[in-house]
Write a protein that binds this ligand. Sequence first.
Ligand code: AGP
Length: 610
Amino acid sequence: MCGIVGVIGNKEAYNQVIAGLKLMEYRGYDSSGVATVFDGATHVRKSAGKISCLEDLLKNKPFSNSSEVAIGHTRWATHGEPIEKNAHPHQSTKCTVVHNGIIENYLDIRKNLQQKGITFSSDTDSETVPALITSFINNGLSPLEAVQKATKELKGAYALGIVFDDTNDTLIATRKAAPLVIGVGNGTNYIASDPMAIAAFTNKFIFLENNDIAVLTKDNITIYKPNGETVTRQTQILDMSGAMAGKAGYRHFMLKEMHEQPAVISETLQAYLNDNHTAPKMPEMPFNLAKVPHITLIACGTAFYAAMVTKNWIEEYAKIPVTIDVASEFRYRKAPMINGGLCIFVSQSGETADTLAALHYARSQNQHILSVVNSPNSSIARDSDVVLHTKAGQEIAVASTKAFTTQLALFALLSIEIAKLKGELTNNEVKELTHTLTELPAKLLSALDLSDAMEDMARKIMHANSAIYIGRGSLFTIALEGALKLKEISYIHAEGFAAGEMKHGPIALIDEGVPVITLAPYNDMFEKTISNMKEAEARRAQSILITDEKGAKELTDNKNRTVIVMPLVSDILQPIMFTLPVQMLSYHVAVLKGTDVDQPRNLAKSVTVE
Ligand code: AGP
C-alpha cells in the first residue's frame, strides 16, 4: 500500500518527510520520492527500491536550498513498473503530487490532456492528477479552485498531497476512499496516510472525510467541502506511544507480534467481559442482536478466515444462519439480503478497499453494520453502526498474526453473547465457556515454547515445492490460514484442504516427500482426520501431525511422522490455539529461506486499492 507524508512550516521539512516515510515501510513498497518547494520551483528526488536508495540519491544530489514545505511517498506499484520514472512525486508545470489509490478514469483524462498538448513521462494513473490541476491553473483558477475542479473529474480512490511551484507556504490535501490524516503541530502542520508516520511530531490529528479538501499553511488548516463551504472536523488526541516501539529485541516484527498474542488476547478478552469475568459484555448496539434474522460476515485474506471460524461458532452456539464471503466477490455479486440482517466486516487495517466497498453495498441493502477492526479511526470503523476494537495494538508485519487471533477471541465472546441473548445457552453454559476463554492466554504462553520444535519442522519442509495443510471443522480454516502464511512469507506454494475433501481430487497431489501438515486436536473429528492423514502417509507423504496431549496418546502406530503436541484445550479454543504452530512454522521457514519476513515481496499491509 502506498504511503504519503507532507510537512509545512518546518525548515527540516523534507527530512521530516523521509523520517515519516520510514515509519510506513512496513506497509510494503517498491520505490520512494520526495519533493520540496524553493526559489519558485518544486524540486524532486525519487528512486526505485528502498528509502535508503532515496537517501543515497539525496547525498549525491542534495537539494540546493532548504524549504519549509515538502511531500513524500512510498509507492506500491499498481499501474507501471516499480522504476524511477513511475515513482512519486509526479510533477506538472504548476504543481507536484503524491497519490495513494487508483484513478480509474485516468486513460480518458490522459487522452484529453494529450490532445491539449500535455505530455506525460510515466506509465502511472497518478501522473494525470498534477497535469489536470495544472490545466485548470493555466485557465486562471487558484490552486484551491483547480484542485476542487480536478477532483470532481477523478473517478476511483485517492489520497493526495499537493504542492505548488509558486507558493512555498501552502500544501493542499484531499481524499476519497483512501486514508489521509492531518497532523496538527505547533507552527508546523502535517499530512500522512497513517497517523503513526507523524506520531513523532504531534499527537493531534484530524481525520479528513471523503471529498474534504484541506489547505494547510504552517499556522492554519482550512477544510472545504466539495461545494466550497468550509467545515470543521474534530481534532483528536491519539496516544501512539506504543505504535512503533520497534522490535523490542525480536529479530522481526512478525516474531514480536506472535509473542505478543497471549497478552493482547488477554487485553481483548478483558475489554469485552463483565466485571467478574463470567459472561461477555458488549457495547450498546442500535439493534437487537437476539432478533437479527441472518448474519453475514465479510472480509479479505486472513480476516476472512476469522469470519469462517466465527460462522461455525455462531451457527453452533446461537443457531443463527450465517453467510460468509470474501469482500472482493461480495461487493459485486448483488447478493439478496434479508431486511434488517446484520453484516459484520472484519479488517485489521479498517482500510481494505474491497471490504469498505462491500460495507457500502450492505448499507444499501438495509443491513445493520458491525465492524471488528484493529485500527479505531479507520474508514471501515467510521462507516459502521457499531465497532468492536481488537486490542492487538499496531500490527507492523504484513503477515497478520496477533490481529487474527484477537479477532477470533473477540468473535468467540460475541458468539457466546448472541447465544445468551437468544436463550440458546444457559447462564451456566455461558459462564463455563467464558471461563474457558479466559484460560487461553496462559495456554498460548506455554505453546510459545514450541518454537524450537517448529524450527526443526521448518528445516524438514523448507526445500519443498509445495505443502498441503488439512483439517476438519474450524481446523480446516486454520489449514487455510497456515497455507496462506507459508505462501505469503516463504513463497512456497501451499494449499489448505478440508481433510474429508482429499479423496475428491487433492490426494492426487501426494507423492513421495510432499509435506502434509495435519491439524488434529482431540475432538469428535479426530479419528476421521487421522484416517485422512494415514491415507496421505500410505502414499509416502512427509507427514507432520499437529495434535494435543490426548491425540498423541491415541496414536498407537509408530509410523515415521513428525508429531507436534499442543496443550490440551476445549473445542472452542482449538482454532485459536492451533493457529500458533502454523504461524511459527511459516516464520521459521521464511527465516531459513532468507525472505523479507516483515515485508514480503509484492505484498502490502493494507490493500487500499482494488
Ligand atoms: C494476511 O497475513 C495478509 N496480510 C492479508 O491476507 C490480510 O489479512 C488481508 O489483506 C486483509 O487485511 P485487513 O484485515 O487489514 O482488511
